[in-house]
Design a protein around this ligand. Structure first.
Ligand code: GLN
Length: 321
């Protein structure tokens, strides 16, 4: 089917989805990271960005929340940029685990592999792959410069969150050393874990995440700055990773019901990508059992439903003024 959508339909759909999701309750803030447990549960933001720079921003779209696992997306892109998608496949993998984001069992089940850069194990491994090897400051700069390029503006470290996570990340320490045991950490182990913890503690807004999502949707060109951030060939690779494991053990249910590949973080953020069409980001702290924001899911799902879109629908979709 050929479907044409206007920008005013996008704007109305975003507003309706926002109003609908505002009334959705349930879920709880992440409790295992003390900083996140104390964030105002009523915060809620929604942003949509098109490849030509048109955007819709609603609610708490300027609130800087913890990016958490959504940071796995830009660093996977960085590892692909620095080493190629093939090397990332070989050193980390591209397989869904079907298990929680922090699963140790998944590493053992997958023959000692981190599986994918979008779970904790693979993300720590991806941080270890970032160059220049052995130089923590330069690696951190590469990670944050890449996020700045993707968002068109810089993220900001939430120091309190970084301290809170560093003091409580015992499970991630176990994952790091288990991976080291299986030769899946490609730099200093503690440094790689620290970079991962720090990138999770970056503050980001839905406005910024929507630009990142739209950059992926428009094959590597940032719609705000007009800069090419990564080669077009990386776009389907990162979107595949997002589609297959973005919501961890509930990824299949998510894609089946929403029709859009999306990545979540326990800070309450969700980043969704419709290739060639738009990027979308939502944020609200209360999470479901798999660690995905309840309200953000409701908003993104409603937006897709109102517009009648789905990545698997096989429609030819155009967006016009
Ligand atoms: N920093 C968090 C952790 O490693 C990120 C998890 C997430 O957002 N799903 O546990």
């Amino acid at each position: 089917m050929n479907i044409n959508i206007t920008k005013s339909q996008i704007k109305d759909a975003a507003q309706q989805a926002y109003d609908f999701a505002s009334k959705v309750t349930g879920g709880e803030n992440a409790h295992y990271i003390p900083y996140l447990a104390n964030i105002d549960s009523n915060l809620f933001g929604l942003s949509v960005m098109l490849p030509d720079g048109y955007s819709v921003n609603l609610g708490d779209m300027s609130y800087k929340f913890g990016i958490e696992s959504v940071s796995k997306v830009p660093t996977a892109i960085l590892a692909m940029k620095q080493h190629s998608p093939e090397v990332v496949m070989e050193k980390i993998g591209a397989d869904a685990t079907g298990l929680p984001f922090n699963s140790i069992f998944a590493i053992l089940l997958e023959n000692h592999s981190p599986s994918t850069p979008l779970v904790n194990a693979g993300a720590i491994s991806a941080c270890s792959m970032v160059t220049p090897k052995g130089d923590s400051d330069a690696k951190w700069k590469a990670i944050t410069d890449n996020i700045t390029d993707l968002c068109g503006s810089a993220p900001e470290l939430i120091d309190e969150l970084y301290k809170s996570e560093s003091a409580t990340n015992f499970n991630n320490r176990a994952i790091s050393w288990l991976l080291k045991n299986y030769d899946r950490i490609y730099d200093d182990t503690d440094m790689s874990l620290d970079l991962y913890t720090r990138q999770c503690s970056l503050g980001i807004t839905t406005e910024q995440l929507a630009v990142m999502a739209a950059t992926i949707a428009s094959h590597g060109v940032n719609p705000v700055t007009g800069k090419r951030i990564f080669d077009a060939e990386i776009s389907p690779k990162i979107t595949t990773l997002i589609a297959t494991v973005g919501f961890y053990q509930s990824t299949g249910n998510w894609l089946y019901t929403s029709g859009i590949p999306a990545k979540s973080g326990v800070g309450g953020g969700v980043l969704g990508v419709m290739p060639g069409l738009f990027g979308i980001a939502a944020f609200a702290p209360p999470l479901d059992d798999a660690g995905n924001s309840v309200k953000a899911q409701a908003a993104v799902k409603k937006f897709m439903e109102i517009l009648g879109l789905g990545i698997m629908n096989g429609d030819h979709v155009t967006i016009t003024d």
